[in-house]
Write a protein of this length. Sequence first.
Length: 199
Amino acid sequence: MLSVNETTYSTAQTAYVALGGNVTTSEGTPEILVKEAISRLSGVGLRVVAQSRLYRTPSYPDPSEPEFVNACVAVVTTLTPEGVLERLHGIEAEFGRERLVRWGRRSLDLDLLAMDRLVLPDRAGFLRWRDLPPADQTRLAPDRLILPHPRLQDRAFVLVPLADIAADWVHPVLGQSVAALLANLPAADRASVRPIPGT
C-alpha cells in the first residue's frame, strides 16, 4: 500500500515553488545554491516548465541579516502536495538546511506556494493561518500543509518572481491574480526586490 507521500494523481498538476537562501556554504553562494536546487527538481519528479529571474531581497524579518537570493519556478508533477513537499525538504537537506530558527538564516529554503487551485486543508483552515496575528506568525507553524501558502499575498520577495512566471494565476481563496496581489503591496516593498543581472 502506498503512503500518502507516494500517492500520485492520475493527471499532472502545476505547482509553484519559491526558492531562497542567504548563507554561503561549501557548496557555493546563495545564487549558486538556488540555481543548483532548480536543476535538481526534475530528478525528483518535479518537471520545471517555467523559471523566474533571480532576485536580491532584504532579509526577512530582520533586514540586518545578509540579503537573500530568491526565485520561483513552476513545475508539473503527478505527485500529491504532500509528496511535492517531501521532495522539496529532501533537496533542502541535501544542501545542509537545518530548521533551527523560524525565519532565520538558511542555506536553502524551498516553499510550496500553490498547486493549481487547490485549497488545503480547506477554506476555513487557510483563513485561520492567513489571519494569524503577526506576533503568532513568528512562533507558530502549522502541523499540516496549508495551500496556498498563507503568507504568499504579503511578500514582495515571493510575488515579484512569481509574477515572472504566473502573473495570471488567480488565488483560489482571495480571488485575485498574482499581478493584482503584487500591485496591492507598497511600492517600496516591490522596489526592494531587485533582479540579478544576467539571470
